[in-house]
Design a protein around this ligand. Structure first.
Ligand code: PHE
Ligand code: FE
Length: 294
């Protein structure tokens, strides 16, 4: 999967009402998966677990181990939730597809992670537009076993409801995009991945840490909230955190003032831009993106 449509203001399902979340979740229907569907999971898992070695961050790999996943079968959300709840209080609930913004935020605020229950078809192994169970489970769920990341995701959900009041869901969704979906983290042994959109994509997992095409820029909250992103291909810039502690401490304060500032100054960065104030880890050649434009 190169990218997915996320829960931002472009969400085709709209805002909805926070309290309507129960309408969007349901039974995973685990017994109904066919052996072909389990086979797709197995193929994806076996390939990707090798690719994430040495590229994913430590906390993610610890999460994969903690979840005791049977790689030959699509995970059963109820069973995984037992392990997760004991660790961080999170659970995984099944959804059929994208859900409106506000019920999505409310679910996160209650430590319920909505995961698609369907799996891609064998001809979509590298690319799907809507998040399926491989993206949602393999990509997102392992980090929910990490206490700090678990707190961050709950705070994000609560923050989403507040952003709605400020009319800044678009800005907040960029934070989700450049952290939860496409975040990088500088660890002792090198640049590593924690974003689920990268970790569920074999191609982007290598690209994000090894290619000289994309920019890698130190995380800055306001800058990220002012940066557009692309949903159709690999990212042109990644933002790098030093630790999950940093991510949490830079986002826990009330965003109200920051939202007002952003609304005033109206600066918008394109996905490939480098700003004068950026702490640049790698200035990309953008060779990959340019080759696609031709
Ligand atoms: N501190 C944010 C606010 O006041 C909430 C938030 C926390 C948002 C963590 C995203 C991530 O809106
Ligand atoms: Fe996702």
């Amino acid at each position: 999967m190169k990218a997915e449509k996320v829960q931002d203001s472009g969400n085709p399902t709209g805002h909805g009402k926070p309290e309507d979340w129960p309408k969007y979740i349901g039974d995973q229907g685990w017994e109904n998966y066919t052996s072909e569907e389990h086979g797709v999971w197995k193929t994806l898992f076996e390939r990707q677990k090798e690719i994430v070695k040495g590229r994913a961050c430590k906390e993610y790999l610890d999460g994969i181990a903690a979840l005791e996943m049977d790689q030959t079968q699509i995970p059963n959300f109820e069973e995984a939730s037992k392990i997760l709840k004991a660790k961080t209080g999170w659970e995984v609930v099944a959804v059929k597809g994208l859900i409106p913004d506000l019920p999505f935020f409310q679910l996160l605020a209650e430590r319920k992670f909505p995961a698609g229950n369907f799996i891609r078809k064998p001809d979509q192994m590298d690319y799907i537009e809507e998040p399926d169970v491989f993206h949602d489970f393999f990509g997102h769920v392992p980090l929910l076993a990490n206490p700090i990341f678990a707190d961050y995701m709950e705070a994000y959900g609560k923050g989403g409801l507040k952003a709605h009041e400020h009319g800044t869901i678009t800005n907040l969704a960029r934070l989700y995009w450049y952290t939860v979906e496409f975040g990088l983290i500088q660890q002792d042994d090198g640049m590593r991945i924690y974003g689920a959109g990268i970790l569920s994509s074999p191609g982007e997992t290598k690209f994000a840490v090894e290619s000289n095409s994309p920019n890698r820029i130190g995380f800055d909250l306001k800058r990220v909230m002012q940066t557009n992103y692309r949903v159709d291909d690999y990212q042109q810039s990644y933002f790098v955190i030093d630790s999950f502690d940093q991510l949490f401490s830079e986002t826990y304060a009330d965003f109200s003032k920051l939202y007002e500032e952003i609304k005033q100054d109206k600066t918008e960065y394109a996905p490939e831009d480098i700003a004068g104030s950026d702490n640049v880890f790698t200035k990309g050649t953008q060779e990959y993106a340019k080759s696609k434009d031709k």
